[in-house]
Design a protein around this ligand. Structure first.
Ligand SMILES: [Mn+2]
Length: 358
């Protein structure tokens, strides 16, 4: 088990690499999607993006995938700070909107994703995390939901607003799309789209030495914004794994999202998927409650016994990275940094304690 840290695109700089290292991280998971146009807007409070009318901003360029040159440069920079680059998290909606939506550019886009995964492999980055979802992260509210009135996110009801044409995964990929909304489809249709994606991409990932790692739905509800979701119960992760038998078909195991699910339990799910060696990396965070009523809280405050999770992972010889994902913000001059440092300190102590147990 390795302690990692997650950074968004606008945080890929010396100050944040140093911060991660100082928190005890050995590995990084990075986002390259420019949510909210944050490359120009470096406010730290964008670390917990909340969907608004225009979503999380404009998707990137459809024709330009992340190049080997760019990926290698970022990796070298990270390595020069004494850190390993474990994973990239999320595709840019501009690169795969028609794969998600079964649109006319699907075939061009799947070829682009294949090249992207080859680039990722050639750069020596072992994991690519993704979330096969039309609505993406949704239905969040922000408030004083964590201990001591710390600002955090929660959910009270599923967002029912339909998704406008030209938008997917909370981002606008076509500003000139015709008026109207995404048509309602059934779960079976969406599973079919996922199967196409896995059938095409997994063999390429395998060859490139990259593991594709699926995040569950956040929030895990059967429908959000009039669109079906795929992994909204723990057992549906197995369905995703069984859809394509390959060591490259893996999971980005989000403890928060799994704990928010109404069926099963987070310990059994952790055991089931780590036993199969299917977990590439873990979003190590805690929550109180389940959909449609939960709140994200401090790592030691929620429903999940985090030490019990670590013991299960140890029993099953999990050798991957754990990152804090998101965390409540603390009342001080650096709310995001303080929240993250608190989570990292807890994780570092907990991991070394569990490792030392017989
Ligand atoms: Mn997560």
């Amino acid at each position: 088990m390795k302690l990692g840290f997650g950074l968004y695109r606008h945080m890929l700089n010396e100050a944040h690499y140093k911060f991660a290292k100082q928190c005890g991280a050995t590995h990084l998971v990075i986002h390259l999607v420019d949510y909210f146009g944050t490359e120009k807007n470096t406010k730290e409070n964008t670390n917990q993006p909340v969907g608004e009318k225009d979503g999380w901003g404009k998707a990137g360029s459809g024709s330009e995938i992340w190049s080997l040159e760019e990926l290698s440069r970022i990796k070298a920079e990270i390595n020069s700070h004494g850190l390993e680059l474990e994973a990239i998290e999320n595709f840019d909606p501009a690169h795969w909107h028609d794969i998600l939506l079964d649109g006319p550019k699907k075939k061009v886009q799947i070829e682009n994703l294949k090249q992207l995964i080859r680039n990722v492999g050639a750069a020596g980055i072992p994991v690519f995390g993704y979330n096969f979802s039309l609505a993406g992260v949704s239905s969040r509210i922000v408030g004083k939901f964590a201990r001591g009135g710390a600002i955090s996110v929660a959910m009270e009801a599923g967002d029912e607003t339909p998704i406008p044409n030209g938008m997917v995964w909370n981002m606008v990929y076509d500003e000139n799309a015709p008026e109207g909304y995404l048509p309602k489809i059934r779960h079976q249709e969406l599973w079919g789209r996922l199967k196409y994606f896995l059938d095409e991409l997994v063999p390429v990932a395998e060859e490139a030495g990259v593991k594709l790692a699926a995040h569950p739905d956040d929030p895990p509800l059967p429908y959000v914004r009039n669109t079906p979701r795929l992994v909204f119960q723990p057992g549906l992760y197995q369905k995703l794994i069984d859809l394509k038998d390959s060591p490259a078909n893996n999971l980005e195991f989000c403890l928060g999202s799994v704990a928010e699910m109404t069926e099963g339990d987070v310990y059994e799910a952790t055991d089931q998927y780590s036993q199969q060696g299917k977990i590439s990396y873990v979003h190590f965070r805690n929550v109180i409650g389940k959909v449609p009523n939960y709140k994200e809280v401090f790592i030691d405050e929620g429903d999940i016994d985090m030490l019990r999770i670590l013991r299960i992972l140890k029993k099953n010889k999990f050798d991957g990275v754990l990152i804090p994902d998101h965390t409540p913000q603390m009342s001080c001059d650096a709310p995001w940094h303080a929240g993250m440092a608190f989570a990292m300190g807890f994780m570092k102590a907990a991991i070394s304690m569990v490792k030392s147990e017989n």
